[in-house]
Design a binder for this molecule. Structure first.
Ligand code: FAD
Length: 520
């Protein structure tokens, strides 16, 4: 099958683009771009903001940024670049909120499309039996939540942080503690409007142009720009019971997590995180969580210990508070956490979903938000999670000072195999997210010392996964050779290449993913 002509073409297109740091081509700004008849506008100077991202490690300057005021602006621009042909070398990257980690939303010497300029233009809510909302691909999830809550509705599946765009998370998957029940965000979309790499505007769904629909979901921006999405909604609860309990034994922790995600009647959100050698952990929680047993909790010492926190929520409306309390007590009675470590909090649905923003505000005020983020997100099959944990939390990592490590299971059956996202083979797999920050040290260490240490640990973790045959897949993947991408996609690689040829034949879209390379 690898003899197919399109695969050969992409081998050729790709070869020169796989160095870790793609060279920044001389900016080519066709004067003709300025003559396009647009509702929005282009910017050709002061582009630094568009050559950065949350990862804060990769920076490539575009030659221009387009601020679209309509879908037809995006279509006209891409059509124009398409007509310039392969020799122009010009690429186009949709930029959501720029919260990528390794330059994925950047376009070296190319055109960045600022998707947030399309925000708010198309929000239309449909109530009724199966409610949904039509939103712009550049809309932030926080705004989708605010808008839908006005009607007592909300999307079903989330990310932990809501200041991300709809198009950006749908190009990856969108995973959080609701995914075990509803699947990731890409399992909760009815329809997309996409501008492909030829500039065509295509409406697609499971029934209409389904190949493009599934391709774009988890498609890393390779097949077109998501300009509009129809998102499934459900009645929104008013309140959330938010619970944390601690385990000192990894096996008991994961057995309880797996039991909870397999039950019909269970919590609404289930996550977990790993804590290694943290001082005063329980005291830090005190400001937002009430311990069930304050005296015993105050005696609990986290220093020098490896602990696993199970985090759960139960949604409710005030009129159902008593019934829900009983349900929560019944569920908790099945769990085997360290009994003095039950912590609870009650917050509004909005406060819970927007929880990471509170940390963002705090970190920004301390200058700790805009620092390098050498994050590593892995999907680990259930059968290997103990082997993985033993090595990584036993040997490679000795503390979790640099940022949280999330660890929670999800069900494969809630993910659609027709989408482009790549996940492990087993029915239950774990998301393990190493969310490190690497600020410049204030001590005598060299400026990049923290970053280098974190990257070295990441490398050790990846090497262990390969040598021990863990069957791991990267989430928010980052690879530097075509062989690695081929291995990442496995038996989806051929379909991925076929779709690329069909929807972006010049390989101009999302160059920052470094999967394909447009030949100048
Ligand atoms: P960008 O970084 O701007 O873009 C990402 C990629 O998608 C780029 O290749 C870009 O070209 C492409 N793209 C952007 N918009 C479009 C579009 N409209 N059409 C086609 N392609 C497009 N992820 C989770 O799943 N769960 C989490 O809980 C979670 N928490 C996070 C918390 C924080 C603090 C951060 C920084 C990230 C988190 N993420 C999480 C990761 C996040 O989903 C990805 O980084 C995502 O890419 C960010 O969205 P964005 O809108 O900033 O996209």
């Amino acid at each position: 099958t690898h003899n197919l002509p399109f695969l050969k073409l992409f081998m050729l297109l790709s070869l020169s683009g796989f160095a870790m740091h793609i060279s920044n081509p001389d900016p080519i700004v066709p004067a003709s771009l300025q003559s396009l008849n647009l509702n929005g506008h282009f910017q050709f100077q002061n582009l630094t903001d568009f050559s950065q991202d949350f990862g804060n490690r990769f920076s490539y300057q575009p030659s221009s940024v387009m601020f679209p005021a309509s879908i037809s602006d995006i279509s006209a621009t891409i059509k124009h670049v398409y007509e310039l042909g392969a020799q122009s070398g010009l690429t186009v990257a949709a930029r959501g909120h720029g919260h990528s980690l390794q330059g994925q939303a950047q376009a070296p010497g190319g055109i960045v499309i600022r998707m947030e300029s399309l925000r708010g233009t198309e929000t239309r809510l449909h109530a009724g039996e199966s409610p949904y909302v039509d939103v712009s691909g550049g809309e932030l999830w926080i705004n989708v939540l605010k808008e839908t809550l006005k009607h007592g509705l909300a999307p079903k599946s989330w990310t932990d942080y809501l200041h991300l765009t709809v198009g950006g998370t749908l190009s990856n998957a969108g995973v959080s503690g609701q995914a075990f029940r509803h699947g990731p965000q890409i399992s909760n979309v009815h329809e997309l409007v996409i501008v492909t790499g030829t500039g065509d505007t295509v409406k697609c769904s499971a029934k209409e142009n389904s190949d493009l629909f599934y391709g774009a979901l988890g498609g890393l921006g390779q097949f077109g720009i998501i300009t509009r999405a129809r998102i499934a909604l459900e009645p929104a609860p008013k309140m959330v019971k938010w619970i944390r309990v601690l385990y000192s034994d990894f096996t008991t922790f994961t057995e309880d997590q797996e039991m909870l995600i397999s039950m019909e009647k269970t919590f609404d959100y289930i996550e977990g995180f790993v804590i290694i050698n943290r001082t005063g952990l329980v005291n830090n929680w005190r400001s937002s969580f009430k311990p069930q047993d304050p005296v015993l909790a105050s005696q609990f010492n986290s220093e020098g210990r490896k602990l696993f926190c199970l985090e759960m929520t139960k949604n409710y409306n005030p009129e159902d508070a008593e019934t829900i309390e009983l349900e929560v007590m019944e569920l908790l009675s099945r769990l085997r956490y360290v009994s003095s470590t039950l912590f609870q909090s009650e917050v509004t649905y909005m406060e819970f979903l927007d929880r990471v923003h509170v940390s963002e505000v705090k970190l920004r005020s301390q200058g700790l938000w805009e620092v390098p983020h050498p994050w590593l997100n892995l999907l680990i099959p259930r059968s290997k999670i103990h082997e993985f944990a033993k090595e990584v939390f036993g040997k490679i990592l000795t503390d979790t000072r640099n940022g949280p490590i999330l660890l929670y299971p999800v069900n494969r059956s809630m993910w659609d195999n027709r989408t482009s996202v790549v996940i492990p083979e087993e029915e239950v797999f774990y998301l393990v997210a190493f969310l490190s920050s690497a600020p410049s040290p204030s001590s005598s260490l060299a400026k990049n010392e923290n970053l280098e240490i974190a990257l070295k640990k990441n490398k050790e973790i990846l090497e262990f996964c390969h040598s021990a045959n863990i069957g791991m897949k990267q989430y928010l993947p980052h690879h530097s050779t075509q062989e690695e991408w081929r291995a990442h996609f496995g038996d989806k690689w051929e379909t991925f290449c076929r779709r690329k040829q069909a929807y972006d034949p010049l390989a101009m879209l999302a160059p920052g993913q470094r999967i394909f390379h447009k030949a100048p």
